[in-house]
Design a protein around this ligand. Structure first.
Ligand code: FPP
Length: 278
């Protein structure tokens, strides 16, 4: 938290927002569906790709802010498995932007002790992008601060299918397939985010109320935060507002709130003759 306050102008809205955050109750994993680049461009009569270009700066801001807040994991949805349906020129622009981002940012990731991971079916990316991504992942693999997962050619369903297939394959190899019984821990440990906490806060920009096949397993108990702000306009104030909203949520994980709501004894739910009490 101190590290973030150090770079914010005292008295600014972002400084005040950061100061009100409780450092003990920050999300352990933030997921962001970066949406609205096309609409941002259309509103300015610009080509869609101008919106993607303008979306690079909020990526840098979100990474830096989460790192300085001491958040363990951040996952950004950069390219879904369904995004291949977009015009070829748009897809190529997205690869060029990723190339530009990695080229400029790896040194900064190193300086800030950030570990980059790529999640998604990376093998299907253009060879040059894949190589650059793998190099960046390798170069930052010893860093111990924020884990930045870039979801690229990513599908939450495909990730779960891949995890289950990996378990089946291991069981086949070890001759235990016949007695295989899956549990949640086995699946979690084969996901691309293995070893990282589940998502606590899922942010979606541009107002759409959809999950879009993002981190389906990991968001089981995430708090959802949808803002009408389009991704290129998503600045540090917007991110800190999302964190502040997260800290106001009453998270029960299927239970009840501990304060003022003592666990209900099973017997008190049952009336004298075994009927529910009124
Ligand atoms: C969704 O907006 C955004 C994307 C599919 C791409 C996200 C890419 C960036 C933010 C560029 C930089 C990324 C990195 C990691 C360097 P949309 O095009 O679906 O917007 P629309 O719904 O308004 O059309």
């Amino acid at each position: 938290m101190r590290e973030l306050l150090d770079i914010l102008p005292p008295g600014s809205r972002e400084y005040e927002l950061a100061r009100t955050l409780d450092p003990e109750r920050l999300p352990a994993h933030v997921g962001i569906i970066m949406d609205g680049n096309g609409r941002w461009a259309r509103r300015r009569s610009l080509p869609r790709v101008a919106g993607h270009r303008a979306g690079v700066e909020p990526v840098r801001m979100a990474v830096e802010t989460c790192a300085r807040l001491g958040i363990p994991s951040l996952t950004l949805y950069a390219f879904s498995a369904e995004n291949w349906k977009r015009p070829r020129t748009e897809v190529e622009t997205l690869w060029r932007l990723l190339h530009y981002y990695l080229g400029r940012e790896v040194a900064r990731l190193m300086q800030n002790n950030i570990r980059l991971r790529a999640i998604g079916r990376i093998h299907a990316l253009p060879a040059e992008v894949r190589r650059q991504l793998e190099d960046a992942v390798r170069a930052t693999s010893g860093n111990t601060g924020l884990i930045l997962n870039l979801a690229i050619n990513y599908s939450g369903r495909a990730e779960i299918v891949d995890a289950v297939n990996a378990i089946i394959e291991e069981a086949r190899r070890s001759g235990t397939l016949g007695s295989l019984v899956l549990d949640e821990e086995q699946i979690s440990s084969r996901l691309a985010t293995s070893g990282q906490p589940d998502v606590d806060l899922l942010i979606r920009t541009s107002g759409e109320m959809r999950i879009s096949n993002f981190l389906l397993w990991q968001i089981a108990y995430a708090e959802l935060y949808v803002t009408p702000t389009l991704w290129p306009d998503f600045d540090r104030v917007a991110l800190l507002e999302a964190m502040a909203a997260f800290q106001k949520r009453d998270r029960r994980f299927g239970g009840i709130h501990p304060a003022g709501n003592a666990p209900v004894e099973q017997s008190s739910l049952i009336g004298a003759r075994g009927l529910p009490a009124q």
